[in-house]
Design a protein around this ligand. Structure first.
Ligand code: BES
Ligand code: MN
Ligand code: ZN
Length: 464
């Protein structure tokens, strides 16, 4: 519970924070902030988004803080506060209508996120502390923030310290923390146990590929299986990426990190589900053992795949993991992956596309995305593009005949390995913020995990 330290149960002496929109400011200058009206006008405070102003106390101290959120369009605007305020104890005195204490506390926690593992002198301090808002669901805030931070940390870790072995260790550590069972199939064992595509992609690296398998919960409960792309570094393989595209490819295990973040939330909330997490963990490297363009492999499912491009490795390792997941006909199968550059072209960094044929699930996801401010957008599994992933020499090619609609053709490829699952959704996430917003610094992001967890909680658990 790393986020617990940002909160306190004791509000005595806490400095009040007034979170204001411009129209709220107008009203409060005649009401609760009347004594500070002259000061705030003199300071030119207009409650524009992100603006903070201190209220002077008669003792020379800080009597309070006003914080502008503009029209309150960003649910996490308050995540800017921990970075702005001096150390001390605070409480939320005024908040915009419709903002729950749970969301505001989550924003506060998110505002404390830094990846500082490799920082020396410059390490951030603990920062200011917030008295729990009365209506905040404390356990929920901590589990969501902890799951989010776990996922971000895994992605932010440089690839030299987060290879397939370290990713497996992180998954096993999470499993142990929650009493889950886990197993790892490693190296050549992948061939014996019939995960040919996981082996093929990972064979080029001196760091052995793995299939990580975590199970938690009672078998009689609904089966929820999460599959995450764990490419710990994607050089592109022999179809090597240009340096600009390779630069951020430590994040190519972002799907794995995301599903581990969700797994933490599910297990912490003890949702009555039979949870399974499958992560193919590999490094896509270049060596004499690397797989080649033109190679053909038989997949776990039996479908043969021609390698058109060694940089389309994600769908290969996921194909075997999805086939394994699908074999036990889960009630819900979710796949998360930093799968295509095309997804970024389609919807940008902020809006990960998701794919499903299950309209009810899509509706629940979109509603949860809005409710939790965890945006995503449905794109079609357009069957008309199916011929683009056909190969002349094998059942499928990993490199579609056209780059257009690349996120869709990648999703169609994955779907070919799913048959029995009652419901299937695939998320093509960037796992990265390319610009800073409150609570979302540049670097790792675990998109869609709060919304997905919210759907699972609505379906299987108590709602707060
Ligand atoms: N990991 C990349 C996709 C990616 C790129 C995700 C940039 C996020 C940001 C993936 O393995 C890849 O290289 N995909 C190729 C597929 C193509 C060769 C069919 C791509 O998107 O260019
Ligand atoms: Mn690639
Ligand atoms: Zn990749």
């Amino acid at each position: 519970m790393r986020n617990q330290s940002h909160f306190t149960a004791d509000a005595t002496g806490a400095i009040p924070i007034h979170v204001l929109t411009p129209s709220m400011l107008e009203a409060s200058l005649k009401g609760e902030l009347l004594a500070h009206a002259t000061w705030l006008k003199a300071c030119g405070f207009r409650a524009t988004a992100g603006k903070v102003q201190y209220l002077p106390g008669t003792d020379g101290g800080v009597a309070g803080v006003v914080f502008g959120v503009g029209r309150d369009e960003d649910a996490f605007q308050c995540a800017a506060l921990p970075g702005l305020l001096p150390d001390g104890r605070y409480r939320l005195a005024t908040v915009p209508a419709g903002r729950s204490g749970t969301m505001l506390a989550l924003a506060w926690a998110m505002g404390h996120y830094r990846f500082s593992r490799f920082k020396g002198a410059d390490k951030p301090k603990d920062g200011p502390v917030l008295a729990w808002p009365a209506d905040a669901d404390r356990a929920q805030v901590l589990r969501v923030a902890d799951g989010l931070f776990l996922a971000r940390d895994l992605v932010n870790m440089p690839a030299n310290e987060m290879g397939p072995a370290e990713l497996a260790a992180a998954a096993l550590q999470l499993a142990a923390a929650h009493g889950a069972t886990s197993s790892v199939i490693e190296g050549r064992q992948l061939l014996e146990k019939d995960f040919p595509l996981v082996w093929a992609v990972g064979a080029g690296s001196t760091r052995a590929p793995r299939l990580i398998d975590l199970r938690w919960g009672e078998a009689r409960h609904p089966r929820v299986t999460l599959v995450g792309k764990g490419v710990c570094f994607d050089s592109g393989g022999l179809d090597i990426k240009p340096s600009s595209a390779m630069l951020t490819m430590k994040k190519d295990m972002g799907g794995a990190a995301a599903v581990l973040g969700i797994a933490h939330m599910v297990m912490d909330a003890k949702l009555p589900v039979a949870l399974r997490v499958l992560i193919p963990a590999v490094e896509n490297s270049i060596s004499g053992d690397a797989y080649r363009p033109g190679d053909v492999f038989r997949s776990r499912k039996g479908l043969t795949v021609e390698i058109g491009n060694t940089d389309a490795e994600g769908r290969l390792v996921l194909a075997d993991a999805l086939a394994e997941a699908d074999a036990e006909a889960p009630d819900l199968l979710i796949c998360m992956a930093t799968l295509t550059g095309a997804a970024r072209v389609a919807t940008g960094f902020d809006l990960p596309p998701f794919f499903t044929q299950d309209d009810a699930l899509a509706g629940e996801l979109s509603a949860a995305a809005a409710r939790e401010s965890d945006a995503m957008w449905r794109l079609p599994l357009w069957r008309g593009y199916g011929e683009l992933i056909e190969s002349k020499v094998a059942d499928l090619t990993n490199s579609p005949g056209s780059p257009n609609g690349g996120a869709i053709t990648a999703a169609l490829f994955l779907e070919r390995f799913v048959e029995k699952a009652k419901s299937f959704a695939h998320f093509d996430i960037a796992a990265w913020n390319d610009r800073a917003r409150p609570g979302r610094p540049i670097g790792a992001e675990a998109q869609a995990i709060r919304a997905i967890f919210s759907v699972l909680q609505s379906r299987h658990g108590r709602r707060q």
